[in-house]
Design a protein around this ligand. Structure first.
Ligand code: GDG
Length: 735
């Protein structure tokens, strides 16, 4: 097992440069603490930006910075001021952040910042590649680095890569507005495991993958040509012990040891013992809904005037991204609102809002958490919201009420708090009233459950769960890959092929020799394919059959003059050496009259789907429909058909985005076996991509070389990635 490489925009250390000396001080943020168990000693490396641009690093200091960072297992990526502007303040925070938090109106789509984002992501990826080996594990964090997984995978295809998104993944309807939506998805799909805070973000992501990239998704696995990617939710926890221990230590302090802030809070409590503190802590970010919260507070004071002079709202707004214009506007809005509400409601002995626009030391954070009767956190959208969890962890006597927005990821795990919709002022005002009047026992009951959960699923558990899942994923993907028809396996197949006395080959057409097309008639053979098939079919002692579900008219047009052997309509018709098609199976078609109107009603109700009428079967195609909707309609149709055809000798084949109804006594396996019985074959080969080809894989003798096109569940012995690989493989037969 190799080392672990963690990669995030910022490193978990802060640099301090004083007169040519450098200090690297470990940061205490949630991520840094959470990754502690993963980021151990020499077995791990953390790559990120140091926080200083190239221009800010004094001449000759870069090497010294590297040395200081190396002591903390860290390595820096160098960025210029322009790069930080375009990549971080630009694309990350003016495009992705607003879009992913559903602030569509704030999202800017600038080609230049996208270009910088790509360039900087490449720098991060190069930094990984320079330090990584194929047996290492890479964990990429967050929205600033969404292209990194693919960029690394391109250079190191065997390395195991995990990606975790700390912010929401928006619904497809929002995500699709991004001009570079496909590139972002493809970037993320370089990972083997993609993690989100909640199941909702996970399903939004999968839906975009299906709709925008048309990839096959089964439960939470995404199937690429040569890999399976797992998508899962891992709700991030906190360092529970750190917060609860700090709160306990805080409680044991003598009053004179209290911080200045705590002393002011104490004094206020003493003068008005039944007054309540409401606490709001966030980075000053529009997604956190601070301005709305202030308006809601005003609404509350008007609805419940009895709480005037009895409630104080403490707002800690931590400065953030002040280079971005939206944040500057927000700052002004919040300043004005605080001023207006305080002006409107203050009395000589009471100001309703205490407003701090700064970052506070950890100790003061604990002062605020432990002194506040109510934590009021109402983001409009929030990936998780750790403050909610931290507040609960500091409530050592289990008192305190948490009012939390449903729109925060943490709401999923914190059902025992008072959940509110941040846009519903009426509900918020009532929730504050409920919190103020909630009996102590009820507070303790609720917090007891919350605390147990937070203590158990803490941030260390979160990190370890993610890593375990990533390692398992690699093994799972390996198991699939081992069935892949590698060069080595192919060589032994070729040996069998060349030494065989008589060969029998079955080759499916759509999805095997030719890629799918929305209009089946357009997937016609090209010159290269004719040449290849000519060569194979003219080899001595070789019987090649094209075997397809297609109708005989199309194949007559495409291949009859070529004199290839053909089995069409799944085995109804046979043509040998350019002879006319004759019936291989005796099949009825009177059932079609009954089924056709049913299929038509599905076409009417499923935009993009259509019926293909063949001589002895009917096919309902849904490749062009919305993928989820098409799938839903397909299972609906399956149910309808199953009851309808119960007494007929019919079966329904579920192919690749197509359902076909045909006589039960016809299938490719049966047809292939009839051909197999006609001579003494010592090499049998079958290749195909969908469910209808599985009949061949099942029925042909054990010694047959069976090959599935695409990475899917199959009875075939081997698989190849796609139509291009099929041609490569067949070319080897005739070289
Ligand atoms: C992103 C996502 C997701 C805050 N003020 C001070 C201070 N803090 C600490 C808190 C908490 C952290 O900052 C804030 O974390 P959040 O989760 O609430 O929010 P974001 O910064 O927006 O984080 C978010 C998170 O990533 C993790 O995946 O939950 O949804 O937006 O730990 O304690 N710490 C100190 N002084 C402060 O003034 N020392």
């Amino acid at each position: 097992m190799g080392k672990t490489i963690i990669i995030s925009n910022r490193l978990p250390v802060q640099l301090q440069i004083d007169n040519n000396t450098i200090k690297a001080i470990p940061s205490v943020g949630g991520l840094a603490t959470g990754m502690k168990s993963v980021h151990q000693g020499g077995d791990s490396l953390w790559i990120g930006w140091s926080g200083l641009t190239d221009e800010e690093i004094p001449d000759g200091m870069s090497g010294k910075i590297d040395e200081a960072l190396a002591k903390h297992g860290s390595s820096k990526v160098n960025l210029t001021t322009d790069e930080v502007d375009g990549f971080y303040y630009g694309f990350s925070n003016r495009t992705i952040w607003p879009l992913f938090h559903y602030f569509l109106e704030y999202a800017e789509f600038e080609l230049e910042s996208w270009e910088t984002y790509k360039k900087v992501n490449q720098k991060f990826a190069d930094a990984i590649v320079a330090k990584a080996n194929e047996d290492d594990i890479v964990w990429v964090h967050d929205y600033q680095l969404m292209l990194v997984p693919q960029m690394v995978k391109e250079k190191l295809p065997d390395i195991s890569i995990g990606f975790f998104l700390h912010i929401p993944f928006p619904s497809y309807e929002i995500f699709r507005t991004l001009p570079w939506r496909k590139e972002i998805l493809q970037g993320l799909l370089g990972a083997d495991l993609v993690g989100f805070h909640t199941y909702d973000y996970e399903r939004h992501f999968l839906s975009s993958v299906k709709r925008l990239l048309g990839l096959e998704v089964s439960f939470n696995d995404i199937y690429l040509d040569d890999r399976i990617i797992k998508v899962d939710s891992f709700p991030m926890g906190i360092d529970y012990k750190k917060f609860s221990d700090a709160a306990k230590a805080h409680q044991q302090k003598a009053p004179e040891e209290h911080s200045e802030l705590q002393q002011r809070l104490d004094a206020h409590k003493e003068s008005t013992p039944d007054a309540k503190f409401l606490l709001s802590i966030d980075r000053l970010d529009y997604s956190k809904g601070i301005a709305k919260r202030l308006n809601a507070f005003e609404y509350f004071l008007n609805k419940y005037p009895q709480y005037k002079e009895k409630v104080r709202l403490i707002i800690l707004a931590v400065p953030s991204r002040s280079n971005v214009p939206q944040y500057q506007l927000l700052k002004r809005e919040v300043d004005e609102l605080v001023g207006r509400i305080n002006g409107e409601f203050s009395t000589v002995s009471w100001t309703p809002i205490w407003y701090f626009y700064r970052s506070m030391p950890f100790e003061n954070l604990i002062d605020l958490y432990t002194s506040s009767d109510i934590a009021w956190l109402t983001p409009i959208r929030d990936g998780m919201n750790l403050v909610a969890k931290e507040y609960i962890a500091t409530r050592t006597d289990k008192t305190g009420v948490l009012i939390l927005s449903e729109m925060a990821g943490s709401a999923n795990e914190m059902n025992e708090s008072l959940l509110i919709n941040p846009n519903n002022f009426e509900q918020i005002a009532d929730a504050i009233n409920q919190a103020i009047t909630m009996p102590i026992e009820e507070q303790q009951e609720r917090n007891d459950i919350l605390q147990k959960r937070l203590e158990r699923y803490n941030v260390e558990k979160w990190a370890n769960d993610f890593m375990t899942s990533l390692k398992n994923q690699k093994e799972k993907s390996h198991a699939y890959v081992s069935k892949k028809l590698t060069d080595q396996l192919l060589n032994s197949v070729l040996k069998e092929y060349t030494t065989a006395k008589r060969r029998l080959l079955f080759i499916d057409y759509d999805g095997t020799l030719a890629a799918f097309h929305n209009d089946p008639q357009k997937a016609s053979p090209d010159e290269e394919l004719y040449e290849l098939l000519d060569k194979i079919s003219s080899q001595e002692n070789t019987d090649m059959f094209l075997i397809s579900g297609r109708d005989k008219e199309t194949f007559t047009k495409w291949f009859l003059l070529k004199k290839y052997n053909m089995i069409v309509e799944h085995g109804v018709w046979l043509s040998k050496n350019g002879g006319d098609f004759s019936m291989l199976e005796n099949v009825k078609k009177d059932w079609m009259e009954k089924i056709q109107p049913v299929l038509e009603s599905f076409v009417d109700r499923t935009p993009g789907s259509f019926i293909e009428e063949k001589n002895y079967s009917l096919a309902w195609h849904y490749r062009k429909t919305d993928p989820d909707f098409g799938q839903k309609r397909a299972s609906e149709l399956n149910t309808v058909l199953t009851s309808l055809i119960a007494n007929d000798d019919l079966s329904v084949l579920n192919g690749n985005k197509v359902m076909e109804i045909k006589s039960s006594n016809v299938n490719k396996g049966r047809a292939a076996m009839r051909m197999f019985g006609e001579a003494d074959y010592d090499f049998v080969f079958a290749i195909g991509d969908d469910w209808t080809d599985e009949f061949m894989f099942q029925e042909l003798p054990e010694s047959a070389v069976t090959v599935k096109v695409g990475l899917q569940k199959t009875q075939a012995k081997y698989y190849v990635d796609g139509t291009k690989d099929v041609r490569k493989l067949l070319k080897r037969f005739v070289e």
